[in-house]
Design a protein around this ligand. Structure first.
Ligand code: GP9
Ligand code: MN
Length: 424
């Protein structure tokens, strides 16, 4: 009810971090293109296998003059995997502790980015080479206010060679997607969900340009081939955006959705990383790459600790959109007041000094459990994170956004949206 909304609003208002003037509006009026980097982990960036870079194109964007790259950015997904990542990105709300909010909360009221940007003249679309119903996307995207959803039915002339386990391989996918993208009016807010680099990372060997790894663990060994393929597909996508003339006026945000290699593969990963994997390393293996490319913006490598919950306020502020009235559980990564505390869905957290993993608090630098006299600060951070998760869950489980609408926001009526098959 409205009392619970008040508690949530009190929290989000006090947690709010104002935009950084140097970046606010850097992408004002521009198109937005999100690239969902399926199963990409930060350890892949600049990693060399057999003396070769695995992801040369993405690596070339690290240090690019118009690209921010975040090397301490963590996924915060749970059982909802891809859908949890999308849920956080569109709403700055946490996914649920169990199951997938996409499936169980598809009919909730949301104030998601596609809806919020409508008043600013944006049309929105998702491109994904799988069936529309996977993760209940075709329902929840309506509640988010997505104008278009181009799923596998919008793509033509596909052969077996074009298909991965979860849909169209990234190269044919991006190739046809750009034609579909060109049918949209500008400015647009869009998301492209890749699938080639998905567990168990099988790919036709004729399509590969790097040898497998040789740990003896099949999914770890395959991982690098599909990552290379995805990297090439993204390079091709950038070139196509350039050719279409859209690139100069488009902000491109690329994020890893969740880990691709679970802890069960740590012995193979120790061979890959040539080191023993400590609890700290395990937590850091939950880092996923985040790139924000904006024509004309000052780029660089940013070491801020942050997570997927923080991306939406960051993007909104780059677009020059104020967010103090939004119910967001994350804060702008570029804000001077962004707090470097990343809480995972299970209540564990990482921060520049302290990591909390299971029942133990660790000193990040030494990797040792914290001494008794340092526990107070750790417990404070833990409680802060747990309170935040609790309020986010309360918002989602109670469908509380029904009772609140930020100033100037036009509520979404899901019945207004129908996703038709569109072919070019
Ligand atoms: C399929 C896809 C995969 O449509 O996005 O989701 P995941 O298995 O990674 O959660
Ligand atoms: Mn995924």
């Amino acid at each position: 009810d409205s009392d619970s909304v008040t508690e949530v609003l009190n929290y989000t208002k006090s947690n709010y971090a104002p935009p950084n003037k140097a970046y606010f509006g850097a992408a004002e009026g521009m198109n937005v293109v999100y690239v969902h980097l399926e199963s990409f982990q930060t350890f892949l960036m600049n990693y060399e296998l057999h003396g070769e870079e695995v992801t040369p194109f993405l690596n070339s964007l690290i240090g690019d003059s118009n690209t921010l790259y975040f090397d301490n950015f963590y996924h915060q997904t749970a059982q909802g995997k891809t859908s949890d990542a999308e849920f956080m990105l569109e709403n700055s709300l946490f996914g649920l502790p169990k199951g997938s909010a996409f499936i169980t909360k598809g009919k909730n009221t949301y104030q998601a980015a596609p809806a919020d940007l409508k008043d600013k003249g944006y049309k929105s679309a998702v491109f994904h080479g799988n069936n529309a119903t996977f993760w209940n996307r075709s329902e929840i995207y309506k509640s988010f206010g997505y104008d278009h959803f181009f799923d596998i039915k919008s793509y033509t002339g596909l052969t077996d060679m074009d298909m991965a386990e979860y849909g169209i391989l990234d190269k044919p996918f991006f190739e046809q997607s750009v034609d579909l993208l060109e049918t949209l009016p500008e400015p647009f807010y869009t998301k492209f969900i890749t699938v080639a680099h998905h567990f168990p990372y099988n790919i036709n060997q004729e399509l590969t340009t790097i040898e497998k790894a040789a740990t003896g663990d099949t999914s770890v060994d395959n991982f690098f081939q599909t990552a290379r393929y995805a990297d090439e597909a993204i390079e091709q996508f950038f070139a196509e955006l350039e050719d279409s003339g859209l690139a100069d006026n488009t902000m491109i945000v690329m994020y890893g959705d969740h880990y691709g290699i679970s802890e069960n593969h740590n012995s193979a990963m120790e061979q890959i990383l040539s080191k023993e994997i400590t609890p700290i390393d395990n937590a850091d293996l939950q880092r996923v790459p985040l790139f924000i490319h904006v024509p004309g913006m000052k780029g660089g490598v940013n070491h801020t600790y942050g997570g997927q919950i923080d991306l939406l306020p960051t993007v909104m502020h780059l677009l020059g959109v104020e967010t103090q009235d939004n119910i967001y559980f994350g804060t702008d990564l570029l804000s001077k007041e962004h707090e470097e505390l990343v809480t995972f869905r299970n209540g564990d957290f990482v921060s520049p000094e302290i990591y909390s993993i299971g029942d133990t608090f660790y000193d990040r630098k030494s990797g040792l459990p914290l001494a008794e006299d340092q526990l107070e600060q750790a417990k404070k951070l833990q409680e802060q994170g747990i309170y935040k998760l609790h309020l986010s869950d309360q918002t989602v489980n109670g469908d509380l956004l029904r009772f609140y609408s930020p100033e100037g926001f036009t509520p979404v009526n899901p019945a207004d949206y129908q996703y038709k098959e569109v072919t070019t």
